[in-house]
Design a protein around this ligand. Sequence first.
Ligand code: ADP
Ligand code: MG
Length: 322
Amino acid sequence: ATPTALLVGTGRGAQLGILIKGPEILEQTRRVDTVVLDKTGTVTEGRMALVDVVPVDGADRAEVLRLAAAVEQLAEHPVAHAIAGAAHGPAEGGVDRVEGGVDRVGADGVVIGADQVHDFRAHAGHGVSGVVRVAHSGIDLSRRVLVGRLGWLRDEGVATAPVEAAVRAAEDDGATAVVAAWDGVARGVLVLRDPVKASSAQAVADLRDLGLRPVLLTGDNLGAARAAARSVGIAQEDVVAQVLPADKVAVVERLQSQGRRVAMVGDGVNDAAALAAADLGLAMGTGTDVAIEAADVTLVRGDLRTAAQAVRLSRRTLRIIQ
Ligand code: ADP
Ligand code: MG
């Protein structure tokens, strides 16, 4: 391979919004036969919208949103931004306001300040927890609030029976459902949706045309994963859901052990290890710095179609050279 031709290839990539870390990456790109796609932020917009709040067992809908938002305002996750944004009313960044949003946040209409939250913790792939101080008829109370996946809350010893049916219904409908609990009892379900990017279906078709097999990988529930897969044309047997951040890399390695040459496309902190382990890592330029650093290629515009263009470019460049 002549260095000049490789440089021309990487230069052409840059024009297309495909930043390739070194000319040798083109060879790896040409060889991949499987492409693992992270769901949230890669195939979908990564901007969750809170579409419903379902209180259970006599809990107050506004109180569920208010306490969940109090803790989520300290977190960095699309789920967290959607919940905190809805409680604070219409926000920039396309966060939808839940019906009856801000006016229903507590009888007094006050959003709980971040300074009223103590012992905040983000539990990767699970949810968040914190102790929230709330004033109730002049009395200060502290509530230990958890917001996250149903299975995680159950493992934490929360009584989840009251929310199970509502969670299942939302997930079967292709939504992401997280549960808010305080003082050991599940109080409500927050239902979120994250639309698939307009270009994702075409991108999957392009990848298939190049002979690559797309696999969808996510920490989200199976219902939401299947709905996203269906709308972009990924086979149901190629959906891997409810994968903890630390286990995404194991999914890549399993495919490699089956003899596949794996490209991974992702955007999150969660995806960094898998991006590094893959034969080729591609990060969305719209994603986190951690993902971009771990990857071999950056798709500057965050458009999944440029992943297919990268493969096409590498094949063309190396065909000319050989
Ligand atoms: P993904 O692979 O879709 O980016 P993650 O591994 O980050 O997903 O999270 C998996 C699941 O954990 C989410 O779908 C959600 O149910 C739950 N979760 C993660 N972070 C939060 C949070 N800040 N608040 C509530 N739930 C969360
Ligand atoms: Mg993601």
